[in-house]
Ligand binder design. Structure first.
Ligand code: FES
Length: 127
């Protein structure tokens, strides 16, 4: 009996993953063309307003973070250049360079966004 419930739980989990956790009413995730790979120099962090995302070039690998604070939705900003990471100007939450939660009141890290590189070197961000 337990094995049957596990099987159903796995199926429900897979359906949730397929839907991207956004639910049917939200529709498919939009995809934003963020520019060319050359627009994101090595070891820089760039804000892409169309995607409301911060993109970091970590030794040639791009990482995109949702700039929307998981507390109440303000846009997070980059910390001073000497301090890697992000802060929220609304209530003071802080996040590390990979979006990890360092200080609340936010309860969750910044959401990592999927990045894809097209054959013409265009960077696509799934928001
Ligand atoms: S909205 Fe960012 S800390 Fe409250």
């Amino acid at each position: 009996m337990v094995a049957g419930w596990r099987r159903w739980g796995g199926l429900v989990y897979q359906i949730g993953r397929f839907l991207g956790g956004r639910g049917l009413e939200a529709g498919p995730s939009p995809v934003v063309a963020a520019g060319l790979m050359a627009d994101f120099p090595l070891e820089t962090t760039t804000y892409v307003p169309e995607a409301r995302a911060w993109v970091h070039n970590n030794s040639g690998e791009l990482v995109a973070l949702d700039a929307v604070c998981p507390h109440l939705g303000c846009l997070v900003r980059q910390k001073e250049p000497s301090r890697a990471g992000f802060y929220c100007p609304c209530h003071g939450s802080e996040f590390g360079p990979n979006g990890e939660l360092e200080r609340g009141p936010a309860q969750r890290p910044l959401r990592q966004l999927a990045i894809q590189t097209r054959s013409d070197d265009t960077i696509l961000i799934r928001t």
